[in-house]
Every structure is written in C-alpha cells, then in structure tokens.
Design a protein around this ligand. Structure first.
Ligand SMILES: [Zn+2]
Length: 405
C-alpha cells in the first residue's frame, strides 16, 4: 500500500523526487494525500509516485466515469473541437492503414467518438472496449458500433484479436502499465500495431491554461518522445511513426499531444534505453511558471478574504483541488460553500463541506456577506456573467466575485 511506485516505463525503483503536489479531495479519493512527481534515474521518465494500488484507482474510475455525461465528455465527439480532434486522428490512421478491412479496437473508447469517425471513413471492423457500462451502451445504441464492457486489465482472447489497437488519452492515467500492455497484447494480432496518444509532457510549459493543471489526480504518467520510444522499445515494438501535434480541447484551447504508432515485433529488438536530458528542465520550467502564477492567485484570494468568514468556491475541478488545499491550510477558520455544475460531484464532501449544485447558488445567498471565487480560469467570464444574472434577478447586493484571472 505505501510502497513507492516503480518506473512504469523501465521498472526501475531508482528515482529522484522533483515536486510535491498537494490536493484537497473528496473523502473517498485514493490520491487524497497528494503525491511526489519523480524522475526515473535510469530512463528519465517522469511520473507520479502515488501510493495506491491499480485496483483502488480502477474502482474509483469505474464508479465515477465522467465520460458518461455527454455534456462534459471529451471522448464522444459531441463538441465541435472534440469532433475535429477525433476526425484528425481518424484521417491520420486511414492514411497509414489503407486496408479498410483491418480489425481495429479502441480501448477506453468512452462513448465511441473516434470509432464513429473511423466508420465514416469506411473502416468496418471496429470495436470499442470501455470499463463504463453506460459508455458501452451509448456506443452500441447511439453510434451503432460494437462495444465490449471490460477494464483494460481484464482483456482475454474471447474478445477477439485486432490488427490495430488504439489507446488514446489512456496511458497517462494507468498506474501499472506493465500489466496493462500485457493485457492489451492478449487481443493484439501477431505483428499488430498500437496507436497511442497522450499529452506531451515536453510541451506542458508552452500552453499553461491553469497553474499545474497537468500535474493532477488523473494524469500520473508524463510521456514525451523518448518515454514512448523507451516504453515500446523495451517491449519489442518498432516505432513506425511518432510526433507532436497541437489539438484543440473541448474548451477551444490549444493542447500539445504526443502520438505514436508502434508495431509489435516477434523477434527480440535488443532495445537500449535512451535517457532524455531535456525533460527535467522542461518540466521544471513548467512547474516554476505555474508556481509563480499560483502564488499570485493565492495572494489575490488572501487579500480579498482578510475580513471574511464565509466564502463560496464555484467549480470543483483539478484547479479547485489545489486551491482548496492552500486556502484551508492558510485559513482553517473559513466556512466554505462549494458549488459545481457536474452532477457527479454534487452531494460529495471535501473537508466536511458539501458540494452543492451550481444552479442553486441563490438559495445559499442570504443576508450574510459572501465572496465567490470562480475556480475555472478558462470559463471565468461566462460563469461570472451567469452568477451576475442570478444576483441581479434576485436583487442580491452583498455578494462579491473574486476574479482570479
Ligand atoms: Zn525508468
């Protein structure tokens, strides 16, 4: 349980601690104590030394799959930017794999957004696999695409074998990549291909939408080119293609993604680990920029809350988890009113404070003076507008919004 995590790329136990990341999380969250970001001394890989088991993480994810909610999903292709991003992957794959009859599986397919795009391009033998039952139902019933219900770790030959397996925005989440790749290989054809895509840790520093956003509770592996090459090379995969691309995420912001296509070799490639001499400095630059921005935000909050006892926090996501840690540490006397629009978060508790529905904000605005912190830096202005509309409509004047951006 409290054992340090070995390097998910090369299995070495030798690492250097780089940065402690703290969160204030839901009571039942497996990473509630935060973690150290570490670097493997042997292969240079950067990862979160989380002290949990894969089973604990797995249970947590399968119980609260945010991908089930169409409005907030990022894998379903319901948002224009998602659609463009997924269509781009599908076109890339159709250029590389000209035989439309190859068998393709998208493991961690969410609600089938990428598969739908592949289907549009003429691929017929496509299957989704996802640990969430409702994602499977949506992919099958709404997209008309075969979909199997399974965790990445429970694959076996009864699922069939596939010439191309897609693992898009999955690998950064997995604690035990060794077991994960062994499981995937149970459904990979001999000499089959893997298409993989992840956030590119080498470029975190280029697009910071919120401080330390990439060092969150969900992304515990930080891949960059040599990380991919080492991971797959050590497991006898040949690199067919690798590169960086800038995609737009659901909010419309730019995001650097690393992608690669690897082919399993039936012979021993005798791969030699390549140590990357740039990734540490690159991540440290990202952390330093983030810490400076974060300190400014904490300063704004502190100077606004000097006389306050009550404060509302609007938006409970990754940035809020880090903010709450600092706020509660500095001001344990504060009474927090937490609000979020995600129905999966409503009703949960953080540090004994219950999360309420964002739309119910006015029910909590009594005669007392209250300041509201909007934690979303990307959506700050639109959320502020919504809150101001409520305040004007209800003629509430004793409320003030603290702007972090
Ligand atoms: Zn390593």
């Amino acid at each position: 349980m409290n054992k340090s995590r070995k390097c998910p790329v090369c299995n070495s136990h030798e690492y250097e601690k780089i940065e402690k990341i703290n969160f204030l999380l839901f009571e039942e969250h497996p990473i509630s104590k935060g973690y150290d970001l570490v670097q493997c001394k042997l292969c240079s890989f950067m990862y979160a030394d989380v002290k949990v088991t894969q089973i604990e993480l797995d249970n947590y994810y399968s119980n609260i799959s945010k991908y089930e909610d169409k409005q907030i999903s990022t894998g379903g292709g319901y948002n224009i930017y998602d659609k463009e991003r997924l269509a781009g992957v599908a076109i890339y794959l159709s250029n590389l794999f000209t035989d439309k009859n190859i068998k393709i599986a998208d493991v961690g397919c969410a609600i089938g957004g990428l598969l739908e795009q592949l289907k549009n391009l003429g691929f017929e033998n496509i299957t989704g696999i996802d640990p969430s039952k409702s994602c499977v139902e949506i992919t099958k019933n709404e997209k008309g695409i075969d979909c199997l219900h399974s965790s990445l770790f429970d694959l076996n030959d009864s699922f069939g074998t596939y010439d191309l397996i897609i693992i898009s925005h999955v690998w950064e989440h997995i604690l035990d990549l060794e077991t994960a790749i062994n499981s995937l290989e149970k459904i990979l054809s001999p000499n089959g291909y893997i298409y993989i895509e992840c956030p590119n840790a080498m470029n975190y520093k280029n697009t910071i939408h919120a401080p330390l956003q990439e060092l969150n509770t969900e992304h515990i592996n930080h891949f960059y080119e040599k990380g991919f090459l080492n991971f797959f090379g050590l497991r006898n995969y040949k690199c067919i293609d690798i590169g960086n691309k800038i995609v737009k995420i659901a909010s419309g912001e730019d995001y650097d993604a690393l992608y690669g296509v690897f082919q399993k070799s039936s012979t021993n490639l005798d791969y030699k680990i390549q140590f990357d001499n740039e990734i540490l400095a690159s991540l440290q630059e990202y952390i330093n920029k983030s810490r400076i921005w974060f300190a400014k935000i904490i300063h704004i909050i502190e100077s606004n809350l000097s006389n306050e006892r009550n404060v509302a926090i609007y938006g409970i996501g990754q940035f809020a988890f880090k903010l709450l840690y600092e706020i509660v540490k500095k001001r344990p006397d504060l009474h927090l009113f937490l609000f979020d629009n995600n129905s999966l978060n409503v009703g949960k508790e953080i540090s004994k404070f219950k999360i309420n529905k964002g739309a119910d904000l006015d029910k909590y605005l009594g005669n007392e003076k209250l300041k509201i912190i909007i934690t979303s830096l990307i959506h700050q202005n639109s959320i502020k507008q919504n809150i101001n509309n409520i305040l004007t409509e209800k003629n509430i004047t004793q409320v003030e919004i603290i702007e972090l951006k």
